[in-house]
Design a protein around this ligand. Structure first.
Ligand SMILES: Cc1cc2nc3c(=O)[nH]c(=O)nc-3n(C[C@H](O)[C@H](O)[C@H](O)COP(=O)(O)OP(=O)(O)OC[C@H]3O[C@@H](n4cnc5c(N)ncnc54)[C@H](O)[C@@H]3O)c2cc1C
Length: 403
């Protein structure tokens, strides 16, 4: 019987581990954190990600997860509202975007997997290195409070995120496409009746504010990469004042009234990249380990879930077949990357565009932003723009679980 080690229980790792174990494959899922809540995790789930969970049979796990539907989108340009859309569920094919508690969702997926006889979860255990024999990966060394242990594997799946140990072991080239931005992240109490997501663009800044699953207001203040030091030097009060000047009067008043609650903003480094080849003998990368996603358009969780579906389609038949040859395994791993790259490349290119315009301090930045704001006043242009970014909610192509 073939044996798989999955490194990292984020959305990609938890879901591929569940899918494989649910189809009779022996899987050990290794997660360095004891508690999913201790790490920052993206919270917006798009229709494509929700649909992926339903296909996997995890709709009930999602239904039990704390969430808040976010079908409203409001856009302000230089403090003036230019778009206010309430998109009905039909537009989202029955799955409006959700702000979810990702830790709760991960716990629910792992709980489902733990019902399966061939699934094992090593929680609070780090993979330190991959072990090779005869040029192929044959397992991993893990470390916990009792020391180091070897876990043998016919296949190691690296779903260990942007600082992946598995990626480092593969040591393949990486193509960088990081936007020139970072995000300052902080939560405040949510105003009454805050509808979904509001974005405030203007004067080289962007503030995104959305109603979270725990009924807080999540603020993401987008800054030019490398300028967090300037902001920290000015202090929290000056930062709140800067945001207040940038937004509509209602939110400005709210920010000033709750400045005491914003004492611990933290910086999230924005990265977008893609490993040039996602596999090697006995090893495969998926999710952020293969292609780190920027936060633009809330895509990374959805893409990781869809990677897991495509990986399962190729892996289940070959892992369930005791006479699979090395060549067949290599070819399956390469096919997963080939199929997924079409969507990943497209989405990463789409994600790269808005920051260039929104954050530009070049002479043309403000005129282009004003022109875009003016154009978006027209419903016809808004519809065209929505078509242009439809890959954000729906993905680039259908992803269907076939096994
Ligand atoms: C500011 C910001 C906001 C974002 N917002 C969103 C959003 O709203 N919606 C969205 O879809 N995406 C969002 N993203 C992107 C999203 O968070 C990631 O793309 C997504 O989490 C990738 O999932 P993953 O399963 O590949 O990896 P991860 O979620 O990074 O999970 C990797 C897991 O591996 C574990 N791990 C790491 N190393 C080891 C090791 N050596 N041994 C064992 N375990 C290990 C980690 O603890 C972690 O649990 C955002 C990103 C940023 C930076």
């Amino acid at each position: 019987m073939k044996n798989v080690v999955v490194v990292g229980a984020g959305p990609g790792g938890a879901s591929i581990a569940y899918l494989l174990a649910n189809r009779g494959i022996a899987v050990t899922l290794v997660e360095r954190r004891r508690d999913f809540a201790r790490e920052f995790r993206g919270e917006i789930l798009m229709p494509s990600g929700i649909e992926a969970l339903h296909q996997m049979g995890l709709g009930e796990a999602l239904a039990q997860t704390d969430s808040h539907a976010a079908p409203d989108f409001t856009l302000y340009m230089n403090s003036k509202q230019i778009v206010a859309e309430h998109l009905d569920p039909e537009f989202f094919q029955g799955h409006p975007p959700l702000a979810i508690s990702q830790p709760a969702l991960l716990e629910a997926i792992v709980a489902e997997a733990e019902k399966l006889p061939r699934f094992k979860f090593e929680r609070g255990v780090s993979v330190k290195e991959l072990v090779e024999e005869g040029g192929a990966v044959t397992g991993v060394t893990i470390r916990d409070d009792d020391g180091d242990r070897f876990l043998p594997a016919d296949l190691v799946i690296g779903s260990d995120g942007r600082n992946s140990v598995v990626r480092k072991h593969l040591d393949h080239g990486v193509t960088e496409n990081s936007p020139p931005m970072d995000i300052v992240w902080c939560k405040l109490p949510c105003p009454e009746d805050w509808p979904g997501v509001k974005a405030y663009v203007g004067r080289g800044h962007l503030l995104v504010a959305y109603h979270t699953w725990d009924h807080s207001l999540q603020l993401g203040w987008v800054i030019l990469k490398g300028t967090f030091g300037e902001l920290r030097d000015k202090g929290i009060e000056a930062w709140i004042e800067e945001m207040a000047r940038h937004v509509s009067p209602d939110l400005a008043a709210h920010l000033r009234a709750h400045s005491a609650a914003a004492q611990k903003p933290f910086l999230l480094d924005t990265v977008s990249d893609c490993v040039d080849s996602w596999s090697g003998p006995g090893v495969l990368l998926i999710g952020d380990a293969a292609h780190t996603m920027s936060p633009v358009g809330g895509q990374g969780v959805n893409i990781a879930l869809r990677d897991a579906i495509v990986a399962a389609n190729y892996l289940v038949p070959i892992l369930n077949n005791p006479s699979t040859s090395v060549t067949e395994m290599t070819s399956a791993l390469q096919s997963i990357e080939k199929e997924r790259r079409i969507e990943v490349d497209y989405i990463q290119n789409l994600q790269a565009k808005p920051p260039k315009i929104v954050l530009s301090r070049a002479w043309w930045g403000e005129p282009v932003r004003r022109l875009a704001g003016f154009a978006l006043g027209s419903q016809r242009i808004r519809r065209k723009a929505a078509q242009g970014v439809s890959a954000f909610p729906f993905g680039v192509r259908d992803v269907t679980l076939e096994v």
